[in-house]
Design a protein around this ligand. Sequence first.
Ligand code: 5GP
Ligand code: ZN
Length: 117
Amino acid sequence: MTDASSNCLFCRILRGEIPAKKVYEDDHVFAFEDINPKAPTHVLVIPKKHFAGLKEAQADDADVIGRCHLAAAEIARQRNIEQGYRTVINVGPGAGQSVFHLHVHLLGGREMKWPAG
Ligand code: 5GP
Ligand code: ZN
């Protein structure tokens, strides 16, 4: 394999090459616990299709980006954190993006300050 997914950390998690604590999976989306949680709930929701981030997304990716958010909402519902949670996509290194496979952070279970910083 020589495409972008071969060395991508999150593609490797998807393929089971690196262990992760799975939270949710369907045909399009996979979710797992963040290894360095910033809140009592910190789940990463990723499309099964590899693309680097929101900047790189194409019109074809709209459906799966929406699905990632709907999966986050369902996980929040199941965890009873609907009083207040946040979904975040960090876009680019200047915003803290460190893994270049699009992911939605689901953060909750504590007071969520605004602005995020
Ligand atoms: P970013 O900084 O790109 O928005 O988010 C990347 C997230 O991936 C970070 O919150 C970081 O803690 C998480 N992360 C990095 N490496 C791993 C890993 O090997 N396993 C898991 N479960 N999360 C990871
Ligand atoms: Zn990937």
